[in-house]
Write a protein that binds this ligand. Structure first.
Ligand code: SF4
Length: 411
């Protein structure tokens, strides 16, 4: 495909943008022979074309060397795709990936604005230009900060994330980043603050450490002080600590009202509050009744207390139901990694082998790769089931699905 209505088609964004017209003149090239195809269609009709790759183009990789990069701390020998560092604005639009803006030019930003590709998810980390360069080890990390303002002034909504490293971009630096981002106005949709994730595989990498409880609490307080102010003006908090910060600080997860539109669920912001609320709603739809059933749940250290609470509620509602929650410690990456999404099949099998898991072992779908057939370490679902001698049921991360899976009943 060369062009649509005279507009060159370089990638899937051009294609999607220009094919919305009702009358299309499409220039195609087959074995160097040009063809013109005319199409009359409805405004929202798709042309039904599929391309070799979803971008119709090579995926752009990242040009940074962030001091906290998770890819750099991934143990050797895992599947190749886990070592690919993408930083592609098109993936931000298509799949919500976060981008750093460091490999973009002014014309790329203008194209995003022209095509109204919104929202864009941006890894900011700090708005201090010099510090951003030091953290991302890329001189362009400073100048590319101005693109955030260009985008918001151009009418593009942005979600931002700050990966916080103790003593580096928290404290006063965090306050400055929040202030600068807050000044972007209404098109700044959200700011997620997540603690740096450290595996046991950091040999030769920048020396970083995890948050202590008082430090995590100080981060929450800094964000909350800013968010309280914004809430007075805009009615939403805008800036949120991730669920992990509350766990690190030993504080309870806030209620759902705290999270506004839940713009940052993919960053682990508000996931637990939402799950609990959905689960409570699901329970309210059920009449208490006895049930003879035993199931197990596997989860990470982070969500373990919440799932125990949900299991307790379900057992109260359905006498005779037994739900055992198993806390899987991440031996594969290291014990600082607490999220369920990074639990491997190896750890699951090693820690649950020989246990009576009941009728089924429930695992959250985030434990498996996108195709839902394999764990991160390439252990297949079948292999794990065979090793544990129990059917594994993959459960969507919503409260209704969790209660349905616990009870074996459609809710
Ligand atoms: S942007 Fe930074 S954290 Fe992301 S992949 Fe590149 S080096 Fe790693």
């Amino acid at each position: 495909m060369v062009s649509i209505n005279g507009n060159p088609i370089d990638d899937v964004l051009d294609y999607r943008f220009y094919m919305t017209d009702r009358q299309l003149q499409i220039e195609l090239l087959r074995q160097n022979v040009p063809y013109i195809v005319k199409v009359h269609k409805g405004e929202y009709d798709d042309l039904g074309l599929e391309f070799d790759t979803y971008l119709m183009d090579k995926q752009q990789n990242c040009k940074n060397k962030c001091i906290f990069c998770f890819v750099d701390q991934t143990p050797k020998g895992m599947r190749e795709s886990l070592y690919f560092k993408d930083d592609d604005a098109r993936l931000s639009f298509l799949f919500g990936n976060y981008i750093t803006l460091t490999n973009l030019e002014d014309r790329d930003i203008q194209r995003i604005i022209r095509m109204r590709i919104s929202p864009i998810n941006i890894s900011v980390h700090t708005t201090n230009p010099q510090l951003r360069v030091e953290m991302m080890k890329n001189p362009r990390a400073a100048s590319s900060l101005r693109y955030i303002q260009m985008l918001t002034e151009g009418g593009i909504k942005v979600n931002t994330q700050l990966v916080l490293c103790p003593g580096i971009n928290d404290g006063e630096e965090l306050s400055r980043s929040l202030r600068d981002l807050g000044a972007l106005g209404e098109n700044l949709q959200s700011i997620a603050c997540v603690p740096v994730g450290l595996t046991d595989y950091r040999e030769g990498l920048y020396p970083l450490r995890t948050y202590t409880a008082p430090e995590a609490a100080a981060v929450i307080d800094t964000i909350d002080a800013f968010a309280d102010e914004v809430q007075k003006e805009r009615g939403v908090r805008v800036a949120y600590p991730s669920d992990e910060f509350f766990l690190l600080a030993g504080r309870p997860i806030p209620p759902v009202e705290y999270y506004g539109e839940f713009d940052q669920l993919d960053n682990g912001v508000g996931l637990m509050a939402q799950l609990e609320q959905e689960f409570t709603s699901a329970c309210s739809l059920c009449d208490p009744c006895p049930l003879t059933r035993k199931v197990s749940i596997a989860t990470g250290v982070l969500a373990y207390p919440l799932l125990c609470k949900l299991a307790g509620k379900a057992q109260e509602l359905f006498p005779g139901l037994t739900v055992e929650v198993h806390r899987i410690v991440n031996d594969y990456f290291g014990h600082n990694i607490t999220v369920a999404g990074l639990i491997t099949g190896t750890d699951l099998m090693a820690q649950l082998k020989g246990k009576d898991l009941g009728e089924a072992l429930l695992i959250p779908n985030v434990m498996l790769r996108h195709e839902q057939d394999m764990f991160l370490d390439d252990v297949t679902l079948e292999e794990a089931q065979a090793a544990l001698g129990t059917p594994i049921q993959v459960v969507e991360n919503d409260g209704f699905s969790v209660l349905s899976a616990m009870t074996g009943q459609e809710i």
